[in-house]
Structure formats: C-alpha cells, structure tokens
Design a protein around this ligand. Sequence first.
Ligand SMILES: [Zn+2]
Ligand SMILES: [Zn+2]
Length: 258
Amino acid sequence: MDIAYDHISSYVFVADYGGQISVLKLESQGFQFITTLKGHQSSVRSLAYDQESRVLFSGGYDQIIVVWDIGSQKGTAYELTGHKAKLTDLCFSPQVKRLLSSSERGNVGIWDLDIQREETAEWGGGSTCEKCGIPFFWNVKDMWTRKVIGVRQHHCRKCGRAVCAKCSELESTYPPMGFEIPVRMCQDCHATVTTDDRTPLATFLEFKSDVTDMDLDEERWIWITVGSDKIIKVCVVGSHCSVVDLAVSSNLFDDTVW
Ligand SMILES: [Zn+2]
Ligand SMILES: [Zn+2]
C-alpha cells in the first residue's frame, strides 16, 4: 500500500492490497472520486510519480511495474517486466528520467524512461486460438462438434492475441514494450523481433539480500537502501543513475528494518 500526489491537479493516488489504485481529487470540502486504475494481478506495494510528465509508476506483488500516463487522460499504460520477485519500492529521478525499482529477491532495476515505450497490447478474449483455431477447454460446443480436446488459453504479450501453447511456445525479450526478461510470444510476433529490438533499456544490479526501502538524493547523487539483513547501504551513483561505488555499508539495527 502506498500513496502519491499530483500537486498540479490535486489528484491523490492510493494503492491497495487488492491490486487497484484509486484516483481521488482533493477539494476544499473533502475529495471527489475520479477513477480506479486496474492493471495489477495482486497487491500494489509502491507508487512513484513524475510530476513533470504527469506519469504514475506502480510496483506490485505480481512482479511488474505499470507506467500510467495520467497527463493524457486517456488511460494509456505500459508495463515494465524485469523482476522475478515481488516489487518492494520505486524511486524516480526527475533530473535524469530514471526509475529505480527494488524487489524481494534483492535485484534493483534502473529503467531509462527517456525512451518512449509501446503501450501494452489489449488481450484477446476469443474462445478459439486466434492462430490455429483450436477451441479452448471451456468451449465445450466447439469441442463437441469438432471432436477435439480443448486446450489452455495463453496470450502473446506483444500482440495480445489469445493463442494456444503450441502457437506461442517461443519467448523473447522485447524492451520497446518494457519486456527485459523473455515473455511468451506467438510465432508471427517472434519472427518480427530483431537483434536491435532486444537491446536492453534497463540495467539490473544484484544485492545479496532483499531491498525493502530506498531513497535517492539527487543533489549529492547518493542512493540509500535498506533490507531485512538490517544493513543500510549507501551507494554513490553517476549522473545517469549508474552505480559507481558502494560507499558505506553499516549494520545499525538490532531488529529487521522494514
Ligand atoms: Zn494455436
Ligand atoms: Zn503475437
């Protein structure tokens, strides 16, 4: 659960354990409900906000970050997929347009947000594979008339089509859509991804322990993290958030830091 605030529009964003983000407008006499943002499959743990571009970032237990374009008011969003554990914290640097993200497994992502990414594809909801036409297992009518056994439905993460496992057995990274780790793709989409397309747009650092919270001091370019190993790590970062050195690492707490 977390909260973020847009001081131009007076919008307050409230993330909850149900996976939704409520958008409220603060008024002199209380608040007005605006909308609910639904993009996560499980709890939203952390929010960060880019006031200049009016973009909201949300990190969830579903291991993804959703980037919401609030300024456009069109409800457009895209996904950043690179962590393999629950997201714990997000930190945005307005100066260099980088997003730092931490996870329970101790890896920290540094995402280049100067680059415009493609919007997440809308998922198809057909009852047969959109490529080979085989019915999905709940499509009893088709299974009965065609005398075939239904299969599980999957989705190509690039085009969003509903496809069977056989038609989407290939995987690839695709950073222009935020996929820094391999994701399921249909054969058609997989064939269009070039080597240039696979150039990473984020870097990942491995910490020995999980990172539960972090902060970035943009004046001194110092980045501080804490984790359940009870150690505060102070990192000196370069002007583009590339980590230069682990300056101080001190164990100051008797109890776990949360
Ligand atoms: Zn198929
Ligand atoms: Zn596809």
